[in-house]
Every structure is written in C-alpha cells, then in structure tokens.
Design a binder for this molecule. Structure first.
Ligand SMILES: O=C(O)C1=N[C@H](C(=O)O)C[C@H](O)C1
Length: 287
C-alpha cells in the first residue's frame, strides 16, 4: 500500500477506452496499462477524471482494477472512488481495497455543496475502509472550495497520505508544501515543472498518457538537481499539454491515443463528446 513516503513521481490517470458502441474496451485498456507500466511511471490511477469516472459502472470499474492489478504487479495502483454520497464513497473505496488498490483518490464532494465541516467529516468517515486516501482538490469541476484550514485538517488525518492539487493556484500549492509534511502532487499539467520548483513531490497528469517517458524524465532530471534540463524537457511538452486541454479532458487525449493506435476508438460517453473537426485539424502535428 502507498504511504506518505512512497507517494511521489509521475502517476498517470489512465483513460477508460470504449468501443464504437460505447462498451468498455478492456483489450485496449490492458494494452495501455502494459505500455504505461513499461514507460517508467511511478503509479497508475484508474477511474480518475480522465477515466470518465462519472459514467463508469461498478462492474466495469471492478474489472479494470482487477486487470490493472495483475499487469502492474508491484507498481502502485490508485483508484478514484470519490462521490458526493459519503456512504457510496466508503463502499467504493472498500471494494477497491479488496481488489488490491494501494490508495484511493477522493475528490471533494461535488454538487451538494457541503459545509467545510461536512467535507471534513466525509474524509474522516473514509478511515473505516483501511485504504490510504489522497485528497483531490479540483474546485473548477466540483464547485466545492476548500479553505486552507480544511485542507490542513484533512491532511492531519492518519489515513490521508497526501493531496492532489488541481486548483491551479501555485501560491497556495507553495504555501502547502512549505507547511505540510505530507506530499502535495500537481494535478494541473501545465504547472508540473513550476510545482516541482515549489516543492511538489510529483504529479497526477492526464497528458502523461502520451509522451510518458518524457514526463518521467522531467521528474527524474529535477530530482537529480538538473533543473535546466528538466525545464527544457518540460517546455517541449507544453504545446501538447495546451492541445490536450483545448477541449474538455479527456476528449483531445482520447482522439490522439486513437490516432496513434494506442486505443481502438476515441469514443466518450455522454455528456462528454468527441473533439470537433476544427480541433482535430490543429492536432495533426502531434500524430
Ligand atoms: O484524471 C485526473 O486525475 C486528472 N484530471 C484533471 C482534469 O481532467 O481536470 C487533469 C489532470 O491532468 C489529472
């Protein structure tokens, strides 16, 4: 299982491939997991935002955890188990643990807009699952804003091993890395290098589904004190990152993965839609 010392490096939130009819394409999933495992990543995230978690069914998720666990062997497996229903989050997290997950990535409860105290209780309640928890702060998707005090309160909980910061607020990230002993991970791809400079311990980065080794190199160069090299490696990735977030993630990512024959189809489940022809035209250079 993961802990606050081992939670670091480049972790990839894998896409959930669907076939043309919209069914889970487990063959593509297994192939992609194998490719990522062989690319030097430090961990894999199944059922993240990039994995289209809102439209993945329980049995589909169980199948993906089961298959990923086998392929990854000792490599860390993190599963997205967030919900705006605390009881459902507990159930999902406990099931992920049974199937061999090393930690759960739990987004703050969305839509019902709980109080700061309610959010604290939500994370406290997850202790009973026995699985290490990573707090996932992504306010532009959840519409749940975490006060700094709330973040610090949650990070103090024994079962919470760290945090993924997708606020895009580098000042806040810097404040957290300076005051908190638990790892803060970057969840905003275009800030990955900057976050390392500010003390993050790595990132959970959708873009690293592609050019995986290059993202790992940025992390390794930085860790080895080769800052200039890390910066240059990261700079060469920024046009790709910009393209991948030019429409809602993971639509551009699925399109490029399909174009590169890494998955069989760029199909998403509604309400997510495939990229427009105009966006596809801009992406020809990445093929
Ligand atoms: O799935 C994830 O984890 C990520 N999702 C973010 C998003 O889609 O908003 C982006 C980040 O790269 C990781």
């Amino acid at each position: 299982m993961l802990n606050e010392e081992s939670l670091r490096g480049v972790m990839v939130p894998i896409v959930t491939p669907f076939d043309e009819q919209g069914y889970l394409d487990i063959k593509s999933f297994k192939r992609l997991v194998t490719r990522l495992r062989n690319s030097g990543i430090h961990g894999l995230v199944v059922n993240g935002t990039t994995g289209e978690s809102p439209t993945v069914g329980d049995s589909e998720l169980e199948r993906m955890i089961y298959e990923a666990r086998i392929i990854l062997e000792e490599l860390s497996l993190i599963v997205g188990t967030g919900s705006n229903n605390t009881a459902a989050a507990i159930k999902k997290t406990a099931r992920a643990k049974e199937l061999g997950a090393d930690a759960a990535l739990v987004a703050t409860p969305y839509y019902n807009r709980p109080s700061q105290q309610g959010i604290v209780y939500h994370f406290l309640a997850l202790a009973e699952t026995g699985l290490p928890i990573i707090l996932y702060d992504i306010p532009h998707r959840t519409a749940a804003t975490l006060d700094l005090h709330t973040v610090k309160t949650i990070l103090k909980m024994d079962h919470v091993i760290g945090m993924k910061d997708s606020t895009g607020d580098i000042k806040r990230l810097f404040q957290l890395t300076r005051t908190q002993s638990k790892p803060i991970l970057c969840g905003e791809d275009d800030l990955f290098y900057a976050s390392l400079c500010c003390g993050s311990k790595g990132g959970i980065l959708a873009s690293a589904n592609l050019e995986t080794q290059q993202f790992v190199q940025v992390y390794e160069s930085f860790r080895n004190g080769k800052n200039q090299e890390a910066r240059e490696q990261f700079d060469s990735l920024t046009p790709l990152i910009q393209f991948l977030f030019s429409e809602p993630n993971p639509a551009p990512l699925k399109w490029l993965l399909a174009q590169n024959r890494l998955i069989r189809s760029d199909r998403l489940r509604l309400p997510m839609t495939q990229i427009t022809n105009e966006t596809a035209q801009k992406a020809i250079r990445f093929k």
